[in-house]
Design a protein around this ligand. Sequence first.
Ligand SMILES: [Fe+2]
Ligand SMILES: [Fe+2]
Length: 288
Amino acid sequence: MIATPVHEITDMAANTAAALKPALAAELEERRVALPMLPEAAFAALQLLSSPDPDFRTLSSLVHRDAALATGLIRAANSPAYYVGRKIVSIQQAIVRLGGRAVGEIVLAMAIEGKNARVPGFEPEMRALHEHGIITAVMAQEVARIRRGNVEEAFLGGLVHDLGRSVLIETVQKLCIRQRLPVDHGAVRLVADEFHQRVGAMVGSSWSLPEPVVAAMGGHHQPKSLDEGGLELPHLIALADMLAHRYRRHGEPDLAHPSMVALHIYAEDLQTLFAARERLDARIGAFR
Ligand SMILES: [Fe+2]
Ligand SMILES: [Fe+2]
């Protein structure tokens, strides 16, 4: 498993961040920040996942044209979560073994990673963010299943909840260069901590993602209470985010997480979930 790079927050990082924040705020205000486009494969995967009567043709033809997606699907079909005694070598077999939902989820995860993988100097951060997105997606899906809620929306919400961070890594790096400031990883993290929800929500709306997903991208750290018109998904993602961090560190779930009440999730639900580590590892491993 990939360790999240921890950069010490030095005085220089804090000063650089303080210099960057007003400039970034102005760029966001004037809509001068370049937002990523929704990748074609992600669009096809989203359609597949949201349709009650999924049509594989678009996705299948995309996978046939894209070697990375094809390899990813075949690898997933042979991973412990799906392996059933015979090694798969073709895309067609992989699609049959995985089934519609898993194909959609894997393509979605890969398409979103592909969008964010290459920022020179920040590869470890990008990999860690992708890994965190996948673990959060799987955790969100598990919590949604316990609640008999919308499993696909939970998966999508978990996968993209911190997308604003990866967009900001690129934006802030460019901003540092333009402002002749040192590209300090700690400073980038501080700026991303503060702005990633706002930027995430901008990306989510520009991709026309479902409203609850955009709300979760924009407000998963302190989700608005349901009594004040808040939605359930931001709470579910807040909980899944905590679970993902604890899980990665081999820790125990925080059984006093504030969103448990809103979601009617009990301590034993989370304990049972973490007791199934082997199954969860296999689920997460299918996305690697
Ligand atoms: Fe976040
Ligand atoms: Fe997160």
